[in-house]
Design a protein around this ligand. Structure first.
Ligand SMILES: CC(C)(COP(=O)(O)OP(=O)(O)OC[C@H]1O[C@@H](n2cnc3c(N)ncnc32)[C@H](O)[C@@H]1OP(=O)(O)O)[C@@H](O)C(=O)NCCC(=O)NCCS
Length: 174
């Protein structure tokens, strides 16, 4: 691999405590105050987050839960505005799929979020429903993908809190 190719190589890791600062920065750059810090901290300590690097630069992250009717659910995907349209979100979703083989994988986004809908469609998700009354005049579209069974397993340290079985934490519109 050449020097330039290596500098731009996309890599996905399980996020660790040392990645927290970068994740906060990406989150801030994408949408200030969007995601609550304690939510991010919980995902890190429960090993429910992936981080993407382009070369050595942290570019985006993904947080998942099993709170959606006990199914795997991608709760959040955020890519730094300067790193978009390079396949970072797609790679994060692919990493998630590799970690939950043979399972139903769900996620959602607002009807107004055309970019994320494009990501889901590109990744082979299909529409699975719609929830109104979460965000005013902007329903939540549910997406689903049956993940092929090809090895790998997620073993979260602790189950994510089941208090809101099918509601995500209150957050800003996305
Ligand atoms: C949505 C988001 C995560 C996409 O990240 P990304 O790394 O740029 O996405 P990818 O490069 O993997 O895009 C894959 C495909 O999705 C579609 N897509 C992505 N962004 C798009 C956009 N702005 N408009 C239209 N289609 C888009 C395209 O088909 C794209 O493939 P292409 O670039 O070859 O055309 C990013 O824009 C983001 O962080 N937005 C703010 C946070 C957010 O809305 N998160 C989703 C809520 S969970």
């Amino acid at each position: 691999m050449g020097i330039i190719e290596r500098e731009f190589k996309l890599r996905i890791d399980q996020a660790r405590a040392k990645d927290r600062e970068a994740m906060v920065e990406i989150n801030q750059a994408a949408a200030p105050k969007w995601h609550k810090l304690r939510h991010l901290n919980a995902a890190l300590s429960e090993k429910r987050a992936f981080i993407a690097f382009v070369g050595r630069i942290p570019a985006g992250f993904l947080i998942w839960t099993r709170d959606f009717y006990s199914h795997y659910f991608i709760d959040l995907v955020v890519v730094h505005p300067k790193m978009r349209r390079h396949g970072v979100a797609s790679a994060l979703i692919h990493a998630m799929e590799n970690e939950c083989p043979g399972n139903k994988l769900f996620s959602s986004t607002n009807r107004s979020n055309k970019a994320m809908q494009g990501v889901f469609e590109r990744a082979g998700f299909v529409k699975s429903g719609l929830i109104t009354h979460l965000d005013r005049n902007d329903p939540e579209l549910i997406y689903y993908k049956k993940v092929p069974n090809h090895g790998g397993s997620i073993k979260p340290k602790a189950r994510s809190r089941p208090s809101h079985r099918h509601r995500k934490p209150k957050r800003k519109k996305r």
